[in-house]
Design a protein around this ligand. Structure first.
Ligand SMILES: [Mg+2]
Length: 323
């Protein structure tokens, strides 16, 4: 799953922020190889902030200090000056505490509902969380930067979806099962218990409580739309990304899942990254020619930009998972 999401992210890196017309003009009707032209200067084969934050999260779990270890690992990634950082992500991680996301969300006037939590949340499945523990961890890790209930419950849905797919469930059945998990889950209590909502973030807590019912309904609608082939946009809004990923990631091969996300542009690397996680959970094989050159486009404590992902991912995942 980790190699799959990284390869998909790197394939989408060149087309991020471009229009479908500009992509077709520059790269043609099909993108099967890593390309140059990233607006952030990523070289062909380099994965972006999405995968970097998945890896940073895994480095955090390897510290054996729970959510605190994850926050510190993400903050170290940020402190090393990555080429691309989402707005709310940067504001949250500069606080470098469990409630940084809730404080940044409050400061934004509760505006931020980007895909910056969803894009990295496969990390908690990769780290070995399953069942109720997976849902709790998905909620908390998302809220470290994106505590809007649409972001939090989208991550609860996605991780339950990954678990059901990896367990061999068919695509639509896995989505139904994941929606049931999302509907039954009380993320607000989890965020209170985790110290993400507290005395300094009472406003965020109240906003979350007021909006969580509506958020679940919106997620249900977007999941059903995506399963039916609907796509609103590949914008950075979390529900647009979720819907687009569901539409793309049910195709028959890895390339057929990922390529539409790459060709549609806009936030193509993030949509592709989420699609890559789903394709990985389904066991679809990443084309071999995309694995050898795969790198991450940033160096920070625990990772070097010239490291081959195929070589260094196994030890990283081993260190993140429970002994
Ligand atoms: Mg990115």
């Amino acid at each position: 799953m980790l190699l799959s999401l990284a390869a998909a992210d790197a394939l989408g890196a060149a087309t991020e922020f471009k229009t479908p017309q500009a992509i077709a003009a520059r790269y043609g009707e099909s993108v099967t190889q890593y390309q140059s032209g990233s607006v952030f200067g990523f070289a062909p084969g380099e994965a972006t902030d999405d995968t970097q934050m998945v890896v940073a999260t895994l480095l955090g779990y390897a510290r054996r200090d729970g959510l605190t270890g994850v926050v510190h690992a993400l903050s170290e990634w940020l402190a090393a000056g990555p080429p691309d950082v989402g707005g709310l992500t940067g504001a949250a991680l500069r606080v470098a505490s469990l409630d940084g996301g809730a404080r940044a969300w409050q400061a934004s006037g509760f505006e931020g509902a980007g895909n910056g939590g969803l894009m990295r949340i496969a990390a908690v499945w990769i780290a070995g969380f399953r069942g109720t523990a997976l849902a709790c961890e998905a909620a908390a890790v998302t809220a470290l930067t994106h505590p809007d209930p649409r972001c939090v419950y989208a991550s609860v849905f996605l991780t339950a979806f990954l678990e059901a797919l990896a367990g061999g469930q068919p695509y639509v059945g896995a989505a139904s099962e994941a929606l049931a998990v999302t509907d039954d889950f009380d993320a607000r209590t989890v965020l209170l218990d985790a110290g993400i909502f507290g005395v300094k973030t009472q406003g965020a807590h109240a906003a979350f409580r007021d909006r969580e019912r509506g958020a679940r309904a919106e997620i249900r609608a977007r999941v059903r739309s995506g399963l039916g082939g609907g796509l609103t946009s590949q914008s950075g809004f979390v529900l647009d990304t979720l819907e687009a990923a569901l539409k793309h990631a049910g195709a028959g091969t890895w390339q057929a899942c990922v390529e539409p996300a790459v060709l549609l542009g806009d936030d193509s690397d993030t949509v592709a990254c989420v699609v890559g996680a789903v394709a990985g959970a389904r066991g679809l094989a990443v084309p071999a020619h995309l694995l050898t050159p795969l790198r991450l486009g940033h160096s920070w404590p625990g990772w070097q930009r010239d490291w081959a992902c195929t070589e260094h991912f196994p030890a990283l995942v081993g260190a993140a998972q429970p002994a």
